[in-house]
Ligand binder design. Structure first.
Ligand code: TYD
Ligand code: MG
Length: 458
């Protein structure tokens, strides 16, 4: 019998203390430390499911050739999801999918499970939040009620492992959500770090021993962390977040970590009455409803992983009545905006010190690429000067602190996408004759001052 003792565990990062304190020293979170009773730690897994000690085998590294080279995968059949996982679920791998409540995680996973079941794979959907009837209602709404997905409403991990172990091992097991799971081996309440970690451990062990791919659904806290345990993120093979805001219909699945695939790919979906539908051409969606004639909007030719993506950047620059003018950003890095503003002031002759600045990436997309600098600068200068940018032009390029416009990767892919969507001109770091021949006109910029001169004079 393991020794029971009191510990104080940070619910945000999982750091363990022997007495309570107001602030976690590991993650600097306030009021995140909670008393837990239990046998925390990796050594205390459930004894019943521990494989026998004789199992240990070693393999020579050089001998691992042929079939062992590429991890065996089962595609979900949903192309946008498979793009994010890197071609399908790897056997025995564990994926954590996080997202705000109501964003559509259960919907996405029910659709993925049903698509796999349609191809005669065994899929088990375990719901710890909804009754079987509710899950079935959702499946009916999605038109998937006739698919052979096995449903269970279960929260005890030992029971779940038992359920999954009956019959042939499932190709996919969906656990919705990890925060509702509990194991008998620890005494803490469900949802606490110790419970979530121990439950995740038991399920990961199940995945590794049986080859079942396991998806853990995780809730996200206000500040975007997967609630409770960041520790779980370290334990699993892949972490993806399902994003989007409630005001928009589209949703983005973004790989955050992936041991078996890329981490810069996104999958784009649209939430409809009949569930999530794939968006194979997201640029058209993100540019829909664009107001060509309004000053302050620029089209950015971006890349998300291997896929080019065109989005509209909107800026509003207005005289401020505040001593400290406002800077508000949606969808981009606020520090990056401060830098672009400073470069415009110092090298572009644009005085923004007495102006409020609002920046928005239309459609609710979040951009992380520095290549958006030039489009942001163009939108800001356009709003400030009241001169609308030409409707058929896209912008991309990184800005240096010296005001230099720096080259970015994959210019050709960006230009091709822009051309496909009817744009005829690109303002970018260096001229490209190879793409210019295809019908795109390119304007090479070396310095931010050239951009400002181009917009304010035209
Ligand atoms: P859900 O998958 O339950 O979200 P999560 O598991 O992330 O909490 O989806 C919740 C929202 O999706 C809900 O507000 C209703 C909406 N929805 C649709 O618009 N169409 C549909 O076909 C379904 C099933 C849900
Ligand atoms: Mg749900």
């Amino acid at each position: 019998m393991a020794k029971i003792h009191q510990t104080f565990v940070c619910q945000s990062c999982g750091a363990v203390y022997n007495r309570w304190r107001g602030r976690c020293e590991a993650c600097n979170g306030w009021n995140t430390i909670v008393e837990e009773t239990g046998t925390a730690g990796p050594a205390s897994g459930p004894v019943a499911t521990r494989p026998s000690r004789a199992r240990g085998r070693v393999f020579p590294l050089e001998g691992l050739t042929g079939e062992a080279k590429e991890a065996p995968r089962t595609p979900s059949g949903i192309a946008e999801l498979d793009r994010v996982t890197g071609g399908g679920f790897v056997r025995g791998s564990v994926i954590l999918i996080g997202g705000d409540p109501g964003i559509g995680k259960s919907t996405l996973l029910m659709q993925a499970g049903a698509a796999m079941a349609f191809r005669k794979e065994r899929v088990v959907y375990i719901s710890g939040e909804e009754a079987v009837g509710q899950v079935r209602l959702r499946a009916e709404r999605l038109g998937l009620a006739d698919r052979e997905v096995e449903l269970a409403a279960e929260t005890n991990v030992e029971d779940i492992v038992e359920t999954l172990s009956q019959g042939r091992p499932p190709a996919l097991a969906i656990i919705d959500s990890i925060q509702t799971m509990w194991t008998e081996t620890v005494e803490s309440a469900p949802g606490t770090v110790t419970q979530v970690r121990s439950s995740a451990q038991a399920l990961i062990r199940f995945a590794k021993t049986t080859g079942t791919a396991v998806i853990l659904v995780g809730h996200v806290t206000k500040d975007g962390q997967i609630a409770g345990p960041r520790v779980v993120e370290h334990m699993v093979d892949a972490v993806a977040s399902f994003e989007g805001d409630q005001g928009h219909h589209f949703r983005i699945l973004r790989a955050v970590k992936n041991r078996f695939g890329p981490t810069d790919e996104i999958g784009v979906f649209e939430m409809t009455d009949g569930g999530l539908s794939e968006v194979p051409n997201p640029s058209a969606l993100f540019l829909a409803g664009r107001d060509h004639a309004a000053p302050g909007t620029a089209v950015f030719a971006g890349m998300e992983g291997t896929r080019p993506l065109l989005v509209e950047i909107q800026a509003l620059v207005a005289p401020s009545s505040l001593g400290m003018p406002r800077r508000a950003v949606v969808g981009w890095d606020p520090n990056r905006l401060s830098m672009v503003l400073a470069v415009l002031e110092a090298h572009g002759g644009i005085r923004l010190g007495a102006h409020d600045v609002y920046l928005n990436v239309a459609g609710g997309l979040r951009i992380t690429e520095p290549a958006a600098d030039l489009a942001v600068a163009a939108a800001l200068v356009s709003s400030m000067s009241g001169a609308a940018l030409p409707a058929e032009t896209v912008y991309f390029g990184e800005l240096g602190l010296s005001g230099a416009v720096r080259p970015v990767s994959q210019a050709v892919a960006r230009l091709k996408e822009a051309e496909k969507l009817g744009f005829s001109k690109a303002v970018m770091p260096q001229a490209r004759s190879d793409v210019g021949e295809r019908g795109m006109q390119t304007e090479a910029l070396r310095h931010i001052a050239d951009l400002v001169a181009g917009i304010t004079s035209g």
